[in-house]
Design a binder for this molecule. Structure first.
Ligand code: SF4
Length: 191
């Protein structure tokens, strides 16, 4: 990683920056990368307060300074969470390829929603007496998987699959201090 991937220092007496991380339709790899910050996460906690994360069941949104959104919009619940989050986030960041342009999640788009459901629940080799779920409490799959900018304004894109922990830390550090992170090619990572 280049020397650019450094967290900037911030006086601890300043109010902590409120951060939310949200997981839409994705594999969770981006969030795992965020957690892989390890000791950087401890450094980050000195001036950042985590107010929502994928392990939080978000019912009431609160205002945050920065929101990191992982994953694409794949169902009605994703869209609801994303739109509400946008209303409450000063800076909204699309983190990872699925969020930025659909990525791996958008592979479903090669077939129709109905065919995807049929293949998953009825034609799968491991399925016995399959049936497509019709419980009305289950979020409705969108016709196509879409990146988040199709629904809300995005302030910053952090591509990669997943973006490395150090790059996530660098981006957060710059954004909360009012600067635009400068990502060079070596900082974009694909597994
Ligand atoms: S961008 Fe890659 S790591 Fe992140 S959610 Fe999508 S598939 Fe997973």
């Amino acid at each position: 990683m280049t020397e650019k991937v450094q967290m900037s220092s911030q006086p601890t007496e300043r109010p902590k920056v409120k951060l939310a991380t949200v997981w839409l339709g994705g594999c969770s790899g981006c969030h795992m990368s965020f957690l892989d910050l390890d000791e950087l996460l401890i450094e980050l906690s000195k001036w950042v307060e985590l107010r929502a994360s994928p392990i939080t069941d978000i019912k009431d949104f609160e205002d945050v300074d920065v929101a990191l959104v992982e994953g694409a919009v794949t169902n009605s619940h994703n869209e609801h969470v994303l739109r509400e989050l946008r209303k409450h986030a000063r800076i909204l960041v699309a983190i990872g390829d699925c969020s930025c342009f659909g990525g791996v999640s958008a592979m479903r788009n090669y077939v129709s929603r109905e065919e995807a459901l049929r293949r998953a629940y009825i034609e799968s080799e491991s399925t016995v007496n399959g049936r497509i779920p019709d419980d009305p409490t289950i979020p409705v799959l969108t016709e196509k998987v879409q990146p988040i900018q199709e629904f809300v304004e995005v302030d910053f894109y952090l591509p990669g699959c997943p973006p490395p922990p150090e790059v996530i830390a660098y981006a957060i550090s710059e954004l909360v201090q009012g600067r635009t992170p400068k990502l060079n090619y070596e900082m974009i990572h694909f597994d």
